[in-house]
Design a protein around this ligand. Structure first.
Ligand code: SF4
Length: 274
């Protein structure tokens, strides 16, 4: 995506994220992801800038498929619930030990007919207090990134692998993620998004059953087992706050997500300010 195709608000968001705009050089438009994934070389660090990264997939890493304990039985027992019923089930849930320490459940927010679904690992302290995912500084950064990609927070659906806060912000245990999986699967089924953005290692691990680093999972299009929905893996905004030099890579991930969901030449650039 070249500078000239960004709206003023998107440029402002990128500026707020400290992501420099890439000034287009004389080379062809990016190929669709599916084609680029097979053939394009790694763009190299000098081209891994913010606004128009190569959509080329990284070389396919060796992946270790893992089983998430507790996941499969709950998939089999997936509740056939509408949104209201599902929300009620979650708010009273005691299926795993995390219920004991929660202030409130964090069900998920946003557009229930969204093209984009953003999934993180679980509520932190502020999310537990407010009952909403991705609030605070990390949430603001996520909002800016999504807005820059033409997907304001109100247009996407945001959820988590687990709906209750793990103590001391530790990672959810596999059995906790497994216990909560049926709720998330039903949310995905109800939203039926065009793309899922898996934010952080824990989210990607649980969605894809791949035990690998974010750096090795990002840069290509995954398919979520059982649904076939395309999944893009990216860094958690809390990590980006600590490691801002990775923001351009996160921006590449969002550009790839947009290409997959909307095609290379359509989408937010034509929508004007969000
Ligand atoms: Fe229930 Fe999920 Fe909360 Fe565990 S994390 S108690 S499974 S809603």
């Amino acid at each position: 995506m070249s500078e000239g195709r960004l709206s003023q608000s998107q440029k402002a968001c990128l500026d707020a994220m400290d992501i420099p705009l890439w000034v287009r050089r004389d080379r062809p438009e990016a190929a669709p992801v599916e084609q680029a994934a097979a053939a394009e070389p790694d763009p190299g660090p000098e081209q891994a800038t913010a606004a128009e990264p190569e959509p080329a997939a990284v070389a396919e890493p060796e992946q270790a498929a893992v089983t998430v304990p507790g996941a499969e039985p709950h998939v089999a027992q997936m509740p056939v619930a509408d949104w209201g019923t599902l929300e009620q089930q979650v708010s009273g849930c005691t299926l795993c030990a995390l219920h004991a320490g929660r202030t409130r459940t964090v069900f998920g927010v946003g557009n229930r007919h969204a093209d984009w679904m953003v999934i993180g690992e679980g509520p932190g302290k502020e999310e537990d207090r407010q009952g909403e995912p991705f609030v605070g500084r990390a949430g603001k950064l996520l909002d800016s990134m999504l807005l820059a990609a033409g997907q304001p927070r109100s247009q996407v659906y945001i959820g988590n692998i687990v709906k209750c806060r793990p103590p001391n912000n530790r990672d959810p245990k596999p059995e906790e993620a497994g216990a909560c999986r049926s709720y998330l699967m039903r949310q995905i089924e109800l939203v039926n998004p065009k793309i899922i953005l898996a934010v952080g290692r824990i989210a990607a691990h649980n969605l894809l059953n791949i035990d690998d680093s974010v750096g090795r999972m990002r840069g290509r299009v995954h398919s979520m087992p059982g649904t076939g929905i395309p999944v893009i893996v990216t860094y958690h905004p809390a990590y980006l706050l600590r490691t801002p030099q990775q923001k351009p890579e996160a921006w590449q991930d969002l550009v790839m997500a947009r290409q997959v969901a909307h095609g290379a030449d359509t989408g937010a650039d034509d929508r004007g300010p969000p």
